[in-house]
Design a protein around this ligand. Structure first.
Ligand SMILES: [Zn+2]
Length: 156
């Protein structure tokens, strides 16, 4: 059984402060020349994919873009997800650290890249749950699919 929900905490009101802390941690990791096991840095074409989804489709500012941590696939389910405890996930959007964990499935449009970022977009649009129930414009409204179509149109 797959789940693509996300974690949030009481810290959601302090996102900008946590984003700074996250940046410092990322910079420290880069200086150390290592990364946590199972987490990869940016994929080729990611800057382009982020612009297509976050700026051109969701009309958000690049300065508010969550960081994306790519997780390996094949850990669970039919081989397209990653294990999060007992749950197999395609993505996990952490509103508290403003970080998306997403399983890489061969391209940005085949991964839950747009889906996960749309949870963050929903949060920025005023939904404090980040559309936890998939009931808003991202999912019922199809905005996440529009972003995936735009990615495919650009070969991403
Ligand atoms: Zn979701």
């Amino acid at each position: 059984m797959y789940s693509d929900s996300f974690a949030r905490s009481a810290w959601t009101r302090a996102i900008s402060a946590r984003m700074s802390a996250g940046f410092i941690l990322a910079a420290t990791i880069a200086l150390l020349g290592c990364a946590p096991e199972g987490i990869e840095s940016k994929r080729p074409g990611q800057v382009d994919a982020e612009r297509i989804v976050w700026v051109e489709t969701f009309h958000e500012r690049l300065s508010s873009l969550p960081s994306v941590e790519w997780r390996g696939i094949g850990e669970c389910g039919d081989g397209t997800g990653f294990a999060d405890g007992d749950t197999c996930r395609w993505d996990l959007m952490h509103l508290d650290t403003w970080t998306s964990e997403t399983a890489w499935n061969g391209s940005f449009s085949k991964s839950a890249f747009s889906h996960s970022l749309c949870h963050a977009h929903a949060y920025l649009q005023g939904d404090p749950t980040g559309d936890f129930n998939h009931a808003g414009e991202c999912f019922v409204g199809g905005l996440s699919n529009v972003a995936d179509e735009a990615l495919r149109a650009h070969g991403r």
